[in-house]
Design a protein around this ligand. Structure first.
Ligand code: URA
Length: 482
């Protein structure tokens, strides 16, 4: 069959979208229609409720089953990256004409691959407007959702928020709220559909009414810490902020009392975000408490958006031995403490084998947030990039300056980079001390999670080398203590 054979000449096609935000569905149907050479004025796009298009309401609904099917020899459909990225957002707009606009642009791209570059073109301008307005709506949802606490039937705590989005952005923002409030049980009710998270699974339900949501005070502590942690001084534009959150409403918002302070501190924090060099202008925190507090609001690198919380080092000021890992893992992120998961337990086992008491050491990480990717419901560890390690180095240096260890042990290449500011080969660096700029000694070995991934003779060999490294550190600590 050729591309044209099953197209009825002059027919008008109606595509019924299953959901108003189903971009993937639109893309599939649009690709087929383009491959069958169906021009934009012969397609209507109708979203649930059937109000998508005047023609579709009034004209004969021919149903989707009549859509032509492209033949095997159909030519590929061309769509620029820019179009796809704008289209993905624009598809979430509440404008009923959006899918027709997207189809028209996709159609035009087939004969003019540069049509998206014409800034004066009305279709290009319109898709840009839709994209902007959807992004703005998502931003408002992130910033202004307010949870109220309710008691569930079983007595457990549950948090409910009411939000009225302008566009179909609820589903696309589910991941943001799931990551941000991973350990809470919550519902976000909206007139465009609801999200429900119980700490493990996300569920959706149909539209809600304002009366379905509890009134009363939002949970103050939650919002203060949430707001100060999403506050990005580099984006601070007081005028824009007032426009979005008019000052007269500030009094109703628990976090509003933080705003003057945040604005006042924004300049300093912004300069700190520009580059690692400029960050030196920031005053280095002088105590472990001050470091811990600073870390709560640190957003200097993108990992900070990933985990549940920052994980500060643990141990006493003046500990002569500091252990540095790569970054908190899943367990550490949940408990807010370093080395409490499987790699930490293995480390404890080998430390105690060579006679080092971990409770006397200060244990921390090169990077203070858990970087991961979702695999189903599991959070899979992802290594931090060199840039992320270098960005977080400022905090590690602050910890070293306060704790003042005489011996530092780097577990793995990320930890070594966090301490040296450059990448070293573990094979070459292990077994001998490297002098750090403050006179303390750096010893380097592998990360215990590397041992966890091995088995058989390879594991035995690596465990022997690891315990030899720990024993050398133990000897050195004893020498320095004399
Ligand atoms: N791995 C690390 O490097 N650090 C931890 O805190 C836990 C696992």
């Amino acid at each position: 069959m050729t591309a044209m054979q099953n197209v009825s000449l002059g027919a008008h096609y109606v595509v019924h979208l299953p959901e108003p935000d189903d971009f993937a569905f639109w893309r599939e149907r649009a690709r087929g229609l383009i491959q069958c050479d169906v021009p934009p004025d012969r397609v209507s796009w109708v979203e649930p409720g059937g109000t998508g298009d005047l023609f579709a309401q009034e004209g004969p609904s021919r149903g989707e089953r009549r859509l032509p099917v492209p033949g095997r020899d159909a030519r590929p459909v061309r769509a620029s990256k820019r179009f796809m990225s704008l289209a993905r957002n624009a598809a979430l707009h509440s404008d009923l004409e959006r899918f027709s606009l997207l189809y028209r642009l996709l159609w035009r791209l087939q004969s003019n691959s540069r049509c998206m570059e014409d800034k004066a073109d009305p279709d290009v301008r319109r898709i840009e407007e839709l994209d902007k307005s959807v992004r703005r709506d998502s931003h408002k949802m992130h910033a202004f959702v307010r949870f109220r606490e309710v008691q569930r039937g079983d007595g457990a705590e549950h948090y409910v928020a009411w939000f009225e989005p302008d566009h179909h952005i609820v589903r696309v923002n589910a991941g943001f709220f799931m990551r941000r409030f991973a350990n809470m049980s919550w519902s976000i009710l909206t007139p465009r559909g609801c999200l429900h998270w119980d700490g493990k699974t996300m569920r959706e339900s149909g539209p809600a009414r304002r009366e379905d949501a509890p009134s009363g005070d939002p949970v103050e502590a939650l919002w203060k810490s949430y707001y100060s942690s999403i506050f990005n001084p580099a984006r601070l534009k007081v005028g824009a902020m007032l426009a979005e959150m008019p000052k007269k409403y500030w009094k109703n918002m628990p976090e509003a009392e933080l705003i003057p302070e945040l604005i006042a501190g924004a300049q300093a924090r912004e300069s700190g975000m520009v580059a690692a060099g400029a960050r030196e202008e920031r005053q280095r925190p002088q105590s472990l408490d001050a470091i811990a507090q600073g870390l709560v609001t640190c957003r200097d690198c993108p990992i900070a958006e990933c985990g549940t919380r920052s994980v500060m080092g643990e141990g006493a000021v003046g500990a002569s031995f500091m252990i540095v890992g790569e970054q908190p893992g899943d367990h550490e992120d949940e408990q807010g403490k370093p080395f409490v998961g499987p790699a930490g337990q293995l480390l404890d086992e080998y430390l105690s084998q060579v006679g080092i008491d971990r409770s006397q050491a200060y244990a921390t990480n090169a990077v203070k947030h858990f970087k991961f990717t979702w695999k189903g419901k599991r959070r899979l560890h992802q290594s931090p990039t060199a840039k992320e390690i270098d960005t977080c180095r400022w905090w590690l240096e602050a910890e070293r300056a306060v704790v003042k260890p005489r011996v530092v042990l780097a577990l793995g290449a990320s930890a070594a980079r966090g301490l040296l500011g450059k990448t070293v080969s573990i094979a070459r660096a292990r077994g001998k001390p490297i002098e750090l700029e403050d006179g303390s000694e750096l010893w380097v070995t592998v990360h215990p999670s590397y041992l966890l991934r091995l088995d058989g003779p390879a594991r035995e060999e690596q465990v022997a080398m690891f315990t030899d490294d720990l024993a050398a550190v133990k000897t050195r600590l004893a020498e320095l203590a004399r």
